[in-house]
Structure formats: C-alpha cells, structure tokens
Design a protein around this ligand. Structure first.
Ligand code: BTN
Length: 321
C-alpha cells in the first residue's frame, strides 16, 4: 500500500500530542481535511499497527504500545527528495523485487521504494532464496532509471554495495567489508545482500530494481550459521528497523547522485575502501573457475585476477569462493 503524506502528518500530530487527546476538529483544521477523512486515515493507521485510542468527546491519542514498523515510520524519517518519494509498504510480499519490477513496468517513477515486513519467496543471487522472516529484518527494493547502457549495470550494483555498506557501518560495531561484487560482510559473514534486476534494450536501460536484504535482528538459522550473521548478533541490541531503512535510503540517494554527477570512478574509490582482497589470493566461480592474485576491479566493475601464468583474467560475473 502506498504511504500517504496525510498518514505521516496524522502520526506526527499524535506523537507531538505526547499522550494528550487531540480532537478530530483540531486535526481536521491542522491538516486541511474533513473530519471524515481524518477518521478514515485513523482506521488505516490502526490497520498499519498503531494503537490509537478514540473517544467521541476528547478525540484521538496514541496508546502506549510500541511504535510499529511500517511505511509511515520510514517515510516520516526520510529527508531526501528522490529515493522514497513514493513509498509502498506491505506486511507480506512474495518478493519486493518482483513487486517493484511489475510497478516499474507499469510506469512507476524513479526513486519509488517497496518495503515488506516479510517475504514468502525472497530471491537471492544466482537463483537462490533469501531467508525473509517477519518482524526482524529489512527487505526493500528501489526503482532506478539510470541513463546508462546495459553493459554498465554492474557499476550500479557496486554503487549499491557502497551505499548498503555505509548504512550497515553506522549500526555495526565492526566495519563491514564487501565481497565482490556486492555481498556485505561483518566479520567475514554475510549481513546483507543485493539483487539487481534490469529491464533494458540493446543500448539503454529502461529500469533497474535494486533489491536489498539486510539481516538486522534475526537469529541465524542453523543451516546458515557458518556463512551469515545479523547486526544484532554483533551488538546484542535490537536495530530500529525504520531508522535503519531511512538511513539506507538516504545513503542510496547520496551515492546514486555521486554516481550520476561524478561517475563510477568516485564510487570505485569508496568501494575499494570496503574491499579486503586486493593483493590477496582469490578463487572465483564464474563461467569457469579462476584462481590467482586479486588486482581489484576495473572501470566496469569486473574483477581482475593475475593468474599463475602471469596473464590477467577479467571476470565479469561470478562469485568469490
Ligand atoms: C543475495 O543473494 O545476496 C541477494 C539477496 C537480495 C535479497 C533482497 S531482499 C529484498 C529484495 N527482494 C528480493 O526478493 N530479493 C531482494
């Protein structure tokens, strides 16, 4: 569901009220809408998880229950103008990427964001599934329409890795690292993943869906214990999801602007700051397996590996093992 400015404004008024009742009339005057419209929005906000007490004579006030995680909480914290200009929030989706892809195909604007509390079919890279339980993590997809040819899409993925790493760094006690191309690791275990899906023609990108999954508060299931972690596992403290989501969207906005205004070179420098494998032995599984010394990434985001023979292999897509 699309989050409306009216809902954000009503919640702001209720929070400012600090437990006091605010009459329907005051709200309707302050917000420039009818009392019936206020009443309808209050109904929607209750569905979105707020406990709002209503009394015919005194008006409305926020109950004491904890503030829920929903689109209003995310949107009310956003300051940028592009990412999240339209924000859709769903309690459950099969996949935020699939939803955003459909919306983009139907004309949704650049910067539109889709967030879900839980995914029933979260998609990972290379056809894998992304573990997406409710109430714990962040699953979000952003629609971008960069003026680039499809061959350059990999650089956008690396831009996303920098943005996600920066947001994770603000909440993690340990500086995260990136694993080429775009896994975000804390202490060598995966804390966040990025799945970019593209719709393009031969020479231009129509849109890109940037899907981000961040393990914020979940206990890692047994089958993932060796490879995955969550931020709460490192800090012992719950990560506030709405605040994290808005930090992530601000970071994506910042780095997307750098990417568009100053080019990939600037982004590449930042990406290198999170990359630990340069100069070290690596093994990459791509169309074939490549082993050698990592020389970093080139201007298209491909991984450069010096083989034992002395020649340099350029790996466009694959996975570091
Ligand atoms: C990876 O394999 O590392 C990529 C994981 C990407 C998961 C996110 S969760 C939000 C978005 N929707 C999806 O279905 N996948 C991405």
């Amino acid at each position: 569901m699309k989050v409306t400015d009216a809902e954000v404004d009503i919640v702001r008024l209720l929070k400012d009220g600090d437990g006091a009742h605010i009459s329907g009339q005051t709200m309707s005057l302050e917000l420039g809408m009818s009392r019936t419209a206020v009443w309808k929005h209050i109904g929607a906000l209750r569905k979105a998880g707020y406990s709002i007490e209503g009394s015919p004579r005194k008006g409305y006030r926020l109950g004491r229950s904890p503030v829920p995680f929903n689109g209003v909480e995310v949107l009310s914290r956003l300051e940028g103008g592009l990412i999240g200009r339209d924000l859709f929030f769903y309690p459950t989706l099969e996949s935020t990427n699939s939803k955003a892809y459909l919306m983009a195909a139907e004309g949704a604007e650049e910067g539109t964001v889709v967030v879900a509390d839980c995914q029933s079919g979260g998609k990972g890279r290379l056809g894998r599934t992304w573990h997406s339980p409710p109430g714990l993590n962040l699953y979000a997809s952003v629609i971008l329409k960069p003026p680039i040819p499809p061959q350059e899409a990999q650089t956008l993925t690396l831009m996303a890795a920098v943005a996600v790493a920066e947001a994770v760094a603000a909440y993690s006690p340990v500086r995260p690292t990136v694993k080429w191309p775009n896994d975000i690791l804390i202490d060598s275990k995966k804390a966040a993943g990025i799945l970019t899906e593209m719709n393009s023609e031969t020479d231009r990108v129509n849109f890109v869906i940037l899907g981000v999954g961040v393990n914020l508060n979940m206990n890692i299931p047994d089958e993932l214990l060796k490879t995955a972690t969550s931020i709460r596992e490192k800090t012992g403290e719950e990560v506030p999801r709405a605040a994290f989501a808005s930090a992530l969207f601000s970071s994506i906005e910042k780095w997307y602007k750098v990417y568009l205004d100053r080019g990939f070179e600037q982004v590449r420098e930042a990406w290198k700051g999170y990359f630990e494998k340069e100069g070290k032995p690596v093994r990459v599984r791509g169309s074939q397996e490549v082993e050698g010394i990592c020389l970093g990434i080139d201007s298209q985001g491909s991984l450069l590996v010096r083989l034992a023979s002395g020649s340099t292999e350029r790996v466009i897509a694959g996975e570091l093992v």
